[in-house]
Design a protein around this ligand. Structure first.
Ligand code: SF4
Ligand code: SF4
Length: 119
């Protein structure tokens, strides 16, 4: 996967907001991939947890928000428990979800949920 960086793609406000909402310093990630290797949802994610951290670090808001990853994350905290840098990835995922919801961008459409599982 090629990541192209331009002044336009580097969204500093996105980085600042994710830092503020999550309270996490995800910039210390060393891209070891331990989180991705341990994630039970990995097969269903457009971008692995490792890539989400990298792309958030780089301010690639469009790419992060276009992926299903932050919505598919089960918040199981397995990645957090074994991250050598102590990054709480579920908090980062939640921060991105919060930002998207503030912009009314939701990947869950109530109308698409079968009636029997709505209650
Ligand atoms: S386990 Fe931690 S340090 Fe390693 S890639 Fe994942 S977030 Fe980064
Ligand atoms: S918290 Fe999310 S990203 Fe981390 S291992 Fe669990 S499902 Fe994967």
């Amino acid at each position: 996967m090629t990541i192209r960086l331009t002044n336009k793609s580097w969204d500093r406000e996105f980085i600042r907001k994710v830092e503020e909402i999550s309270g996490e310093n995800f910039h210390v990630c060393m891209q070891c991939g331990t989180c991705s290797g341990s994630c039970p949802m990995r097969e269903d994610l457009d971008l692995s947890p490792r890539k989400i951290v990298l792309m958030t670090h780089l301010g690639l808001r469009e790419e992060v928000e276009a992926a299903n990853t932050v919505w598919m994350c089960a918040s199981c905290h397995k990645c957090e428990a074994i991250c050598p840098r102590g990054i709480d990835l579920p908090k980062l995922m939640e921060a991105v979800r919060q930002l998207m919801l503030r912009d009314n961008e939701d990947q869950v459409d109530i109308a698409d949920i079968p009636e029997e599982v709505r209650v």
